[in-house]
Design a protein around this ligand. Structure first.
Ligand SMILES: [Fe+2]
Length: 237
């Protein structure tokens, strides 16, 4: 059976990771208008229909955005996350984060789609204390979707050891060891942080060479077709 988490450091050029981390920490405060709440599970709502937050101190910032002219109103946008055709770089962000943007450009993708960083930060200052959800983690444990035929081609990178990701396998968390990984987003996963941690997730289509290395010679990109975009994500808890 395929592993739920594959370490990627040996395949990637992460030599600038320290400067990427430093740059992010220096710049992120000035991009506050672009911060968004991070929801690991966008299907859960409160009684008023508002989406539940995982943790009010967990934020995301997107380096790419959907091209609204190309997106059909009745599509479930989640299904677009790996289709580069619908995404454009958000230059308001990428121009402020040149080291990060350069590192992303060297990743083994044929093309990229959704790109975002997740970080934990208090509203006023970096937290000195861990900020945890009720189960003790940074975000709620979740899986991204329930579709067997959709295997996200994605790279997850942590900017420092302050953050960890884990995949639940055989009811035990399997933690990342290096700085980067691919993980099977269909399996339950979550993150932990010591109070300030940053991670990046890049989705898209791998080069065939890289896919072969990860998933076996001749393996194919398992993505969705446009006809599926009209459906809505099933409930999968
Ligand atoms: Fe996730």
């Amino acid at each position: 059976m395929m592993k739920g988490l594959i370490e990627l450091d040996e395949y990637l050029d992460l030599s600038d990771l320290d400067s990427v981390n430093k740059e992010f920490e220096e710049v992120i405060g000035s991009l506050r208008d672009h911060w968004r709440m991070f929801y690991s599970d966008t299907r859960e709502t409160d009684e008023d229909g508002n989406l539940l937050k995982d943790n009010p101190n967990v934020h995301m910032i997107s380096l790419s955005k959907l091209d609204e002219d190309l997106v059909n109103d009745n599509w479930d946008r989640y299904f677009l996350l790996d289709n580069s055709k619908y995404w454009i770089n958000d230059t308001n962000i990428t121009e402020k984060l040149p080291n990060l943007t350069k590192m992303i450009s060297k990743l083994p993708f044929e093309n990229t789609a959704r790109i975002f960083a997740v970080f934990t930060r208090n509203q006023l200052r970096f937290s000195k204390r861990p900020i945890l959800t009720k189960n003790g983690n940074e975000i709620a444990n979740h899986r991204d979707h329930p579709y067997d035929k959709w295997r996200h081609e994605m790279i997850w990178i942590r900017f420092s050891n302050a953050k960890k990701i884990f995949i639940m396998e055989n009811n035990k968390p399997n933690y990342i060891k290096g700085s980067s990984c691919w993980f099977d987003s269909r399996k339950i996963h979550g993150t932990e942080t010591n109070g300030y941690g940053v991670s990046l997730r890049v989705d898209g289509e791998f080069t065939s060479e890289f896919r072969d290395k990860l998933f076996g010679q001749g393996s194919k990109w398992m993505t969705l077709n446009e006809k599926d975009y009209d459906n809505y994500r099933k409930v999968w808890h």
